[in-house]
Design a binder for this molecule. Structure first.
Ligand code: NAP
Length: 303
C-alpha cells in the first residue's frame, strides 16, 4: 500500500515543506491543501505548496488517502472537526504536532471512525508561515511515528515509507515515550532559551545593547531557539505538562548541583560534567545531526 493523494491541512513551515517535498520526491502523488488564513492560502498558491489549494477544508480532503494535519497543537481539534464532513472512509489521518499523546487522544475523539496514526518530524526552523517551507527540510532528520495500539501494520508501514520518501529517517515508539524524550531534547531546551534570553533583556547592570553586541559569547545561540513560534511553544507547554514538569525537576536538581559546585569552587565536578557534555556534542555531529565546522560554519556578517 502507498498513498496516492495527500491532503495537507495548515500550509505553514511544516505543511508547506511537506507539499514541496512530495512534489520533489513523489512526483506521481497528488497534493491538496487548505489553511484557515486566506492570505496564507493565496501565498501557498503562489509558491505552489500543493497541487491545488482549496478554500474549504472538506473539499481539500475529498479523495485523499492520507490527510496530514499541520496546524498548531491547540488547533488540531478544530481542524479535525472542519475536515470531518469531507473525509473519505478509508483515509489515514496523521499529523505533525510536536507532542503526541494529547493529539492522538484529541484526533481519536473527533474522528472515531478513522485510522489515526500520529507522527512528528523532528525538523524545523525558527521561521513559520507559508514562506518558511522548503523541500529538503526533512532530509536526514528523524520522523517519529506513534501508532496507537491496534493500528493496521500496513497503514503504519505506508506512513513510514511516505516519510522515508521525503528523506527522513523514521522510528516508531509509543506516544507517551515520545513526549518524555522530546521533553528533554526539545521542550526543556526551548524553555531554558526563552528564559535566559528574557533574563538577559531585563538585566539592569548590563545594557541591552551590550547583550546584543557581545552575543557571540554564547547568548546568540540561545536567541535562535528563543525566536521560535510563540503559539507553537505555548501549546507545547500547555499540552505536555506532566513530562515537562518531571524533566524540569531533574534539570533544576542538576542546576542546583552546579550552583553548589561553583559556590564550593569544586572544579573537579565542573570539569567532569563539562567533559561528558562535550562528548554528547561530538556524538550529535558524528550522527550527522549538526554541522561539524567551528561555530556551525558561520561566516562573519557582511560589512
Ligand atoms: P506555522 O508555520 O504557523 O503553520 C501553521 C498554519 O496552520 C498557519 O498558517 C495557521 O494559520 C494554520 N492554521 C491554524 N489553525 C488552522 C485550522 N484550524 N485549519 C487550517 N489551518 C490552520 O506552524 P508550523 O511550524 O508549520 O507548525 C505546525 C505544526 O507542526 C505544529 O503542530 C507544530 O507543533 C509542528 N511542528 C513544528 C516544528 C517547527 O519547528 N516549527 C517542527 C516539528 C513539528 P494562522 O497562522 O492564521 O493561525
Amino acid at each position: 500500500m502507498s498513498f496516492q493523494h495527500v491532503a495537507i491541512i495548515g500550509l505553514g513551515l511544516i505543511g508547506g515543506s511537506i507539499g514541496l517535498a512530495v512534489r520533489e520526491h513523489l512526483p506521481g502523488v497528488t497534493t491538496t491543501g487548505y489553511d484557515l488564513d486566506p492570505q496564507v492560502r493565496a501565498r501557498a498558491r503562489e509558491r505552489m505548496l500543493a497541487d491545488a489549494v482549496c478554500d474549504d477544508p472538506a473539499a481539500a480532503v475529498a479523495g485523499a488517502d492520507l490527510v496530514i494535519l499541520c496546524v498548531p497543537v491547540g488547533a488540531m481539534a478544530a481542524a479535525a472537526d472542519a475536515i470531518a464532513p469531507g473525509l473519505p472512509p478509508g483515509a489515514v489521518i496523521s499529523d505533525v504536532g510536536s507532542l503526541k499523546e494529547a493529539i492522538g487522544r484529541t484526533l481519536a475523539e473527533r474522528l472515531p471512525n478513522h485510522a489515526i496514526i500520529p507522527a512528528h518530524p523532528v525538523a524545523g526552523t525558527e521561521h513559520s508561515g507559508p514562506d518558511a517551507g522548503f523541500a529538503t527540510l526533512f532530509h536526514q532528520r528523524w520522523c517519529i511515528v506513534t501508532p496507537p495500539a491496534g493500528a493496521d501494520p500496513a497503514q503504519v508501514a505506508a506512513l513510514v515509507a511516505f516519510w522515508e520518501s521525503l528523506g527522513a529517517m523514521v522510528e516508531t515508539m509509543d506516544a507517551e515515550h515520545h513526549d518524555r524524550v522530546l521533553a528533554v531534547t526539545s521542550h526543556i531546551p526551548h524553555l531554558i532559551a526563552y528564559t535566559i534570553v528574557g533574563t538577559a533583556s531585563e538585566l539592569e547592570s548590563v545594557t541591552r545593547s551590550e547583550v546584543i553586541k557581545y552575543s557571540a559569547g554564547g547568548f546568540r545561540d540561545f536567541t535562535r531557539i528563543a525566536a521560535s513560534d510563540p503559539t507553537m511553544w505555548r501549546d507545547v507547554f500547555l499540552h505536555n505538562r506532566e513530562a515537562v514538569l518531571d524533566m524540569l525537576d531533574r534539570f533544576l536538581t542538576d542546576l542546583a548541583l552546579m550552583r553548589e559546585a561553583i559556590r564550593a569552587s569544586d572544579g573537579e565536578t565542573m570539569f567532569d560534567v563539562f567533559s561528558r557534555t562535550r562528548a554528547i556534542r561530538r556524538s550529535i555531529v558524528a550522527l550527522g545531526q549538526d554541522d561539524p565546522r567551528p561555530d556551525f560554519g558561520r561566516q562573519p556578517p557582511p560589512g
